[in-house]
Ligand binder design. Sequence first.
Ligand SMILES: [Zn+2]
Length: 306
Amino acid sequence: MTGLPIVYHPDYVAPLPLKHRFPMPKFGLLRDLLVNDGVVTVDQVYQPGAPPQAWIQQVHTVEYAQAYITGTLDAKAQRRIGLPWSPNLVTRTCTAVGGTILTAKLALSHGIACNTAGGTHHAFPEYGSGFCIFNDLAIAARLLLNQNHAQRILIFDLDVHQGDGTAWIFRDEPRVFTFSMHCDVNFPRQKQSSDLDVPLAEGMSDEDYLSKVQAYLPTLLSQVKPDLVLYDAGADVHECDRLGKLALTNTGLYERDRFVLDTCVAAGYPIACVIGGGYDKQMTNLVYRHSLLHRAAAEVYRQYRL
Ligand SMILES: [Zn+2]
């Protein structure tokens, strides 16, 4: 027994201009918090590599992938992403995709695994959007299918924003079931059709939110019977999130993740988790909020002696 595997690379943190609204330091701070609080030991931390560009191009067009990687994307396409291009950001983007792929593979062998980044679900094949450049969830899912590691995958997306890119990418792929539960009035304005969408009213709090998750997940698992669940555990459903518009507390967030993990593992479905969105100027609070996923995962991992 080696304990819950988590995935992190120092390259997850790329320098951004001072006061940029994307909370880049959170990824390194999250890894540090998990180790310092004893949620994981350093030997439970796996370091991913960047995937071959060909894997990225199983989801993204050659033109877009190549233009982004070489820094030749036009200004309008750059603005839609919302993160200023740099060679470090390219490395970060590719390494985080590699991280989600590694997390998915670790989940298949260990039952649960958690990335300390990931969930870039607004990226489409030909363009990036909303801080998302390459769609890590889609790339990991496609790779597992192509390499015969899985035949059915459930993408269970609880980030407060709709998983529009993922929904569109797999709109004609019966082997991937996309589920998105999100705040209806939030970004993106133009929603796509997931296999199942659950739009929520602004301001929803713990009890109502948890009852929705409890109503959908067990049925979904027994219908889809996935070989792997890819879980986007966006923390931007939190009441203090700057972009979220929902009202979960830390307790609600922990209960949500605990329920999702427990339900999957109890029914024998491996689950790979990414942290998704989370936006707060109070970095300490934000990092703690994201760590609730890994705390819940460590607890479930212990409980089931995986
Ligand atoms: Zn989000």
